[in-house]
Design a protein around this ligand. Structure first.
Ligand SMILES: *Cc1c(COP(=O)(O)O)cnc(C)c1O
Length: 378
């Protein structure tokens, strides 16, 4: 039986068809919510891949100056930040687009390029918004599962991009939630196999963590040779420790693509505190690198600790680990919450026993492991 909506009373019935079925992004619980619900004092937040070392102290020392201009609208063109990004990346400013988090750029891509029934290829498990925003537009997403040993399934991806029209190819590298990377030669083959009218989007939210690994695909070098539209997304939310301020950016194939994106951009989409803190943070590469190295080193320690407990842990090139808990992940995560530990249980088909845990400070890992030992099934 089809549901009958009463448009006078049901806002859902007024919504577009795509919105009626749209899942809400699972953003996890805040620290306060966990404190209230579970009556715990100390919270160990390992669910959102934040950088516990925080933003650059040098950048933060300008916080007061930033506050003096809060009554002004921000620079709608984000000129100063784009200039610094251009200096550091070698990409012209007219090929750089700033977003209110890279999430917003993912949304803008979908709004600008995806019509109902357009096809998008991504991976499974996936970053939630790589599926939710395309669905919002009525596009069809093909999510290609990773291999059993938690790597990109290159033959399956190649077959998917070759089969039929393809409007957008979008995935994260390193993969969130898996943590694995696509290599240079694999990425080259994949992009070569895409139709020439496909928009390629590589979400590099964890680029700073993977950058020094020789196997990690150098997407800009690969894409620069491509006669097609492409975007590489990066963010200040992870390695730069600025998640609260919401600032991410896209490096694009050309000014023509940036200009299409600008049509769907809110004019003042990035606030002035975010723009200035991001720019100042770029000037303090040492702070970012130090926290990235501490995190990668702690990640190796935590991975070994999980493996010593006989868990399969996916290879990780980012600030999180994805492991098979071999028991229902949602229930396990709930029991961890009772210990004040927030992790992200995976909910996608076939991954319901997997947990993604952020790598933070050594003391955070210790608290997580102690709680895990307490609540896991023997
Ligand atoms: C964290 C994350 C983002 C979101 O970044 P914001 O800039 O905070 O919006 C985007 N993509 C992936 C894959 C992420 O893990």
């Amino acid at each position: 039986m089809t549901a009958v909506f009463d448009c006078r009373t049901s806002p859902l019935a007024l919504a577009r068809t795509e919105i009626r079925q749209l899942p809400v992004y699972n953003a996890g619980l805040s620290e306060d919510a966990v404190r209230d619900k579970y009556g715990v004092q100390h919270i160990t937040k390992l669910g959102s891949n934040e950088n516990p070392y925080g933003p650059s102290p040098a950048a933060l020392s300008h916080w007061n100056d930033i506050s003096f201009s809060l009554f002004r609208y921000p620079d709608a063109s984000a000129e100063a930040l784009r200039e610094e990004l251009s200096r550091q990346s070698g990409i012209d400013t007219d090929r750089i687009l700033v977003g209110n988090g890279s999430e917003q750029i993912i949304r803008m891509i979908c709004e600008a390029f995806l019509s109902p029934d357009d096809r998008l290829v991504t991976v499974l498990p996936s970053f939630g918004l790589h599926l939710i925003w395309p669905e919002m537009m009525g596009a069809r997403a093909d999510a290609i599962p990773m291999t059993a040993d938690a790597r990109f399934d290159m033959p399956a991806l190649l077959a998917a991009v070759k089969s039929g029209p393809l409007k957008v190819l979008m995935f994260s590298n390193p993969s969130n939630p898996v943590g694995c990377i696509m290599t240079d030669s694999a990425m080259r083959d994949l992009i070569d196999a895409c139709p020439t009218d496909t928009l390629i989007v590589i979400d590099e939210a964890y680029w700073e963590y993977a950058q020094s690994s020789p196997e990690y695909a150098d997407s800009l070098t690969i894409l620069k040779k491509q006669p097609r539209p492409w975007m590489v997304l990066r963010t200040f939310s992870k390695a730069y420790g600025l998640a609260a301020l919401r600032v991410g950016y896209a490096l694009t194939s050309g000014a023509d693509l940036t200009s299409v994106m600008t049509r769907v951009r809110d004019p003042f989409n990035s606030n002035s505190a975010a723009l200035e803190m991001a720019r100042l943070s770029l000037l303090d590469q040492d702070h970012m690198r130090t926290s990235v190295e501490a995190t990668l080193s702690e990640g190796r320690t935590l991975k070994t600790a999980l493996e010593n407990r006989d868990y399969f842990v996916a290879p990780s090139f980012a600030n999180f680990l994805f492991f098979d808990a071999r028991e229902p992940a949602a229930a396990l995560a709930e029991r961890l919450l009772e210990h004040g530990v927030i992790v992200k249980p995976w909910k996608e088909n076939g991954y319901e026993s997997w947990i993604r845990v952020s790598v933070a400070r050594p003391e955070d890992s210790r608290i997580f492991l102690r709680a895990l030992d307490d609540v896991r099934q023997p």
